[in-house]
Design a protein around this ligand. Structure first.
Ligand code: PMP
Length: 453
């Protein structure tokens, strides 16, 4: 494709280096330029409209033109456009939001720490856990266990926690002291003759063996998403979290639930931890916290985590950590209003109800020769394509082609290898779910015709 000189696409290709993009392909093909949003849809600069089947990056829960968020942002901008929380400063929006989040927590939590992105939150969590281990006189207790295919961000530490090859390769990651255990994806990792529960037991046994091999006194924490998102929407098998938590409790290892995608309704309950019976010590939150109308994130910790950290800061005289933009009054005001909207409009219940319809529709496609698995919970799902028996198709090719057909037909999805993710805004209606499913069906038909004739 040649880019029209001076077009937005050509200027973007000339000056803008993109995230998660093949830089050379972008120079040649340019980007998709989006101009506006309304409800569950976005429109590009040619006037073509798409259902945003991924809610942006799993994040725009309330849809793309929520006026209440715009108004609250404008009002806060006019009143106090910026302040920080260094050196014991605070402001109304952040006080209200911290209180609100602690009140919403599904298990007793003590304090909220604010950050700007999911990556930064997880990075900070690891730093504070190291600080805490030192405070407890256990300087050797620093290793963190994560999982293959887990996603926790892209800073040096959070990319190390992430268990995906593209986040490590050529970056000299993961850092030492960050370990990855078995991914709880039964369809891919389960062995011949193994039931889901036996597989869950094996995942827990693998974790136990890793802890034993490393030395239990060297492991500080385990981090996991209740449902893995960017690793391909992996819903763990029944009893998985129960068994993992038993292992962690045995060795005094903290549990971090990364709720960056799951939090605030996505799994059909307010938090993914509630859907799966997880009792975390720390919860990472972002994305649907502000519906991504503002870069904003936070984590909550219980007293077991907070108290030693507070003691250490008292001993040293200060907690030597914090970000200029964190606890931002505009982000906090937007987040508070966003949580109000989620509660007032029953969006968690809507995600559960619409998710059931969406997942049933995707399940109905599993008879297709190119569909390997349909999986999901609440309003987050994936349809994983697979080459039929006896056919060799390079990994990722079916996913990329399917994603291309869906784009053509007006639906933005995300291909993670051959798994197509579906995570639309939580305001979606039944008619819109049907429209989304129709596009998936039509696109799959086109792909099947292309591949199988
Ligand atoms: N944790 C999870 C579970 C995520 O899905 C993501 C982002 N996809 C992150 C952390 C990182 O968040 P950010 O991109 O805001 O740094």
């Amino acid at each position: 494709m040649t880019l029209r000189p001076n077009s937005p696409e050509a200027r973007d290709a000339a000056y803008h280096m993109h995230s998660y993009t093949n830089a050379r392909a972008l120079e040649k093909d340019g980007p998709l330029v989006l101009e506006s949003g309304e409800g569950i849809r976005v429109t590009d600069n040619n006037g073509k409209s798409y259902i945003e089947g991924m809610a942006g990056l799993w994040s725009v829960g309330v849809g793309f033109n929520e006026k209440r968020l715009v108004d609250v942002a404008a009002a806060q901008m006019s009143k106090l456009p910026y302040y920080h929380n260094f050196t014991a400063r605070s402001h109304g929006p952040v006080i209200d939001l911290a209180e609100k989040l602690i009140g919403m927590a599904p298990v007793p939590m003590s304090k909220v720490f604010f950050t700007n992105s999911g990556s930064e939150a997880n990075d900070t969590i690891v730093k504070l856990i190291w600080y805490r281990s030192n405070a407890l006189g256990k300087p050797e207790k620093k290793k963190i266990i994560s999982r293959n295919r887990g996603y926790h961000g892209v800073t040096i530490v959070s990319a190390s926690l992430t268990g995906l090859p593209n986040n490590h390769r050529s970056f000299d990651l993961p850092l030492p002291g960050i370990l990855h255990t078995t991914c709880p994806h039964y369809w891919k990792e389960g062995q011949e003759g193994e039931t889901e529960e036996q597989f869950a037991s094996r995942c827990a046994a693998d974790l136990d063996a890793m802890i034993q091999a490393e030395g239990p006194d060297t492991i500080a924490a385990f981090i996991g998403e209740p449902v893995m998102g960017a690793g391909g929407v992996v819903v763990p098998p029944a009893t998985y979290w129960e068994k993992i938590q038993e292992v962690l409790a045995k060795y005094d290892i903290l549990l971090i639930a990364d709720e960056v995608i799951c939090g605030f309704g996505r799994t059909g309950k307010m938090f993914g931890t509630e859907t799966f019976g997880i009792k975390p010590d720390i919860m990472t939150m972002s994305k649907q916290l502000s519906s991504s109308y503002f870069p904003f994130s936070a984590f909550m910790m219980n007293d077991r985590v907070y108290q030693p950290i507070a003691d250490e800061s008292d001993k040293i005289g200060v907690l030597g950590h914090g970000y200029t933009g964190a606890a931002h009054p505009v982000g906090a005001a937007i987040s508070l209003e966003n949580l109000k909207i989620i509660e007032e409009r029953g969006l968690v219940e809507n995600a559960a109800a619409m998710g059931a319809i969406m997942r049933k529709g995707l399940d109905d496609l599993t008879g297709n020769a190119l569909v390997g698995e349909s999986r999901g919970v609440g309003l987050i799902a994936a349809l994983e394509l697979a080459a039929p028996e006896g056919m060799e198709i390079p990994v990722g090719q079916l996913g990329a082609k399917m994603s291309g057909y869906m784009m053509e037909n007006g639906l933005i999805s995300r291909a993670m290898g051959d798994a197509l993710g579906f995570c639309p805004p939580m305001i979606i209606t039944e008619a819109e779910v049907k429209e989304l499913l129709d596009i998936v069906g039509t696109s799959l038909d086109a792909l099947t015709k292309e591949i199988l004739g």
